[in-house]
Structures are given as C-alpha cells and as structure tokens.
Write a protein that binds this ligand. Structure first.
Ligand code: APR
Ligand code: ZN
Ligand code: ZN
Length: 361
C-alpha cells in the first residue's frame, strides 16, 4: 500500500521550501522504502531550490541521509527490512566501462528508483540526487542503501551520504594521502574540514588549513590541522612553502571551487605533488595558468567527485573508525533541526558558523 508521509518540497525556482504530504509507493523490483532517521542540509539542496541544477520542479529535497529499511521489492538481496543504512547517490552499475575497468567511482550509470513519489494530487516529484530524504520515508533503489553498524547515531551516519564523504575521500582516495605526507587544505567548510580529518586519519605529518575566516581555522584545528593560514592576511602559497621546507605540500586539496584558490593550490604543491579539486566550480568559471608552469611541474592534477568513494567499501569502514574514536564525525553536526526548519537552515548556511544542520526525524 502506498503511504502518505511528510516531506520538504521545493515548489519552484527560488520559492521557499515547505513541508507537504507526499505519497511513497510500495517498493518495486530492486527498490526499497527507507524510514529516514536523519538527513543533513547540503549546498546542493539549496542549488536545487534555486533552480541551479535543473528545472524539474517540484523537488523533494534532502540527500545526506541514514535510516532503517522498512520494506524491499522483488530481487533485493543485499538489504532487508530492519537494516540500518546510509543512502548514497552512487549505486554503481558494475557493468559499464568504468566499472569493468576497476574505476567504479567514474560510473555514471547510477541506479535510482524507477517508480516516482508524488504529491497527493499525483504531481510527480524529482528527488534530489535520486534520494529525496527530507521526508519521513523515501523510495530508493536498493543499491543506494549501504548497511553500517547500527550503533552509530543516525545524524552522524547520514553525513557520509555526501559532503563529509567528499572531503574525506578527496584526501584518502583521490589524494592518496599517506603517513608522513604534508597536506594543505584550502577552504575549511564541511568539505575542507572532512579533508583535514581524512588526512589526519591517513597519518599526514603536517596539515595546513587555509581559510579567509579565523573561526573556520579554529575549527580546522580541532579536526587535525597542525598549522593555519588566514589567506586575507598572509599569502597562502608562500606560507605553505615556508611550512614545508620551501618545497610545497605533497597534497593540496582545494575545497572552495574557485579559480583563484585553485591557482593557489597549483603553486602551493611540491613539484611532484598532487592537487585535488573537490570544491565545485560554477559553469562560467575559467582557469588561466602559464602552460610552461604546467609543463615544468610533475605530479598530478586531479578532481574528486563524491570523494571517489565506493559506498560499500568506504561507509562501513569509516563508521567503524568513528565508533573506535578515530574519526570525529560527530564534530560535523552543528545542530539538529526539524523538517519544517530546512528553509531557516538554508539561510544560516552561509553565515559561517554551521558545518552541518541535520534534520532528525
Ligand atoms: N580562500 C580560502 N577559503 C575560502 C575562500 C578563499 N578565497 N573563499 C571562501 N573560503 C572558505 C569559506 O570561508 C568556508 O570556510 O571556504 C569554505 C567553504 O565552506 P562551505 O561554504 O561550508 O562549503 P562546503 O560545504 O565545505 O563545500 C565546499 O565543495 O561541495 C562543494 O559546493 C561546495 O564548492 C563548495 C565546496
Ligand atoms: Zn558502472
Ligand atoms: Zn550534498
């Protein structure tokens, strides 16, 4: 039987979001209905609301979520009712070229639920990133559910569904940060702080946090930064070089998504170092660099999309590390809120003192 539950809808471009009754169908083949317990508020939800992603309004927002599987459709074997899961927007197909060549994090054939959730008048909803989890229940593909240790708090678990996984993965997967490395992270919001926590976990010897806001730099220290640079007061490239014996950092992670900070990352790395772009640029942004400088340096220029994560490999591991006290995921939850407070959370998003607002149900 289809069920009626409450969910947060973005009705039209730049209109305030609101809680509405939505209809969640029974799971079809390969699908699952999940009772959502927590869902973080991410910039991407705001971009959906602003019409910046596509215009398939109305959207059912929310995509950084954890909850309990309520029911599954036919042919679902990996998860069962009662399982505690983190939802992901990368249910890899396993058969495309990227998957077959052992790089499933480049799989773009992600499997979302085929059925649609609707408003009570039958209007089809577009779930954000194929998830739509600012809702009491949501319908997803079973492959979007990854089982993890249920003793973790749902608010913490949901973080791995997007931004925090992106940051940790930028360090440990894309940047391949290892023991003894020097790392610089430019931009210390939720993503950059997660890159710092990931670098710390990976055994980096020096972790240099760069931001334009001193409060962000204070938080970065609690995540494992060993040095901080306010780039409005000090040239970050010079500061990073100075802190690394004149060489530059082994890995520089750009977590802002702007040409000027990318340029800083490019010049702040060691000659054979790696630059990882995890901040998301906008379509009009252009990067200009002397080609000779690209030629004259070795190393690697990489980008990291969702932290090059494999949910089935990374989510349970990171939750276990958190439960062992080795990864302070709880520090990313600034506040817990109700479904009807998402609009306010969007307003607070850019004020500088929120890492993550998490809706708890
Ligand atoms: N130099 C250094 N830091 C900067 C600069 C700059 N020029 N401009 C902004 N920042 C800092 C901000 O002060 C803030 O601490 O970058 C941080 C950005 O953090 P958030 O706005 O919280 O964004 P976050 O969620 O961390 O995401 C970072 O990744 O997912 C994408 O769209 C997201 O592009 C964004 C990036
Ligand atoms: Zn694939
Ligand atoms: Zn997100």
């Amino acid at each position: 039987m289809a069920q009626e539950v409450r969910g947060v809808i973005a009705p039209g471009k730049n209109e305030p979001v609101r809680v509405e009754t939505i209809v969640v169908p029974d799971p079809g083949p390969g699908e699952a209905v999940v009772r959502v317990q927590a869902c973080g508020v991410c910039h991407t939800d705001l971009h959906y609301k602003q019409g910046g992603i596509n215009d398939e309004f109305p959207f059912l927002l929310g995509h950084e979520a954890a909850g309990v599987v309520e029911s599954v459709g036919e042919n679902v074997t990996d998860v069962a009712p009662g399982d505690f899961v983190i939802l992901n927007w990368r249910a890899v197909c396993g058969t495309c070229r990227a998957c077959e060549r052992g790089r499933p994090w480049y799989c773009f054939d992600t499997h979302n639920a085929r059925q649609k959730m609707t408003l009570t008048d039958g209007t089809e909803l577009s779930p954000a990133l194929g998830i739509g989890a600012f809702a009491e229940k949501t319908l997803v593909a079973a492959g979007q559910c990854t089982k993890v240790d249920p003793s973790v708090s749902p608010a913490v678990a949901g973080l791995l569904g997007c931004g925090v996984m992106a940051g940790i993965g930028a360090a440990i997967n894309t940047g391949n940060v290892g023991r003894g490395d020097s790392v610089a992270v430019i931009g210390c919001g939720g993503v950059g702080d997660a890159a710092i926590a990931g670098s710390y976990l990976a055994g980096a010897a020096k972790i240099i946090a760069v931001d334009i806001d001193d409060r962000k730099l204070e938080t970065a220290r609690t995540m494992g930064a060993t040095h901080t640079v306010n780039s409005t007061k000090t040239d970050p490239v010079e500061a990073i070089r100075e802190l690394t014996g004149g060489f530059g950092a082994d890995v520089v992670i750009e977590a802002v998504g702007r040409p000027e900070t990318y340029r800083q990352a490019f010049y702040a790395r060691d000659l054979a170092g790696t630059v990882v772009l995890v901040g998301v640029p906008t379509p009009e942004m252009k990067l200009e660099l002397p080609l000779l400088d690209v030629f004259g340096r070795g190393g690697a220029l990489k980008s990291s999309w969702y932290g090059d994560c494999l949910p089935s490999r990374d989510f349970p591991m990171l939750i276990d590390l958190h439960l062992q006290g080795r990864l302070p995921l709880d520090k990313f939850v600034t506040e817990t809120i109700q479904l009807d407070e998402v609009e306010k959370a969007f307003e607070r998003m850019n004020c500088g003192d929120v890492l993550r607002s998490v809706v708890v149900l």
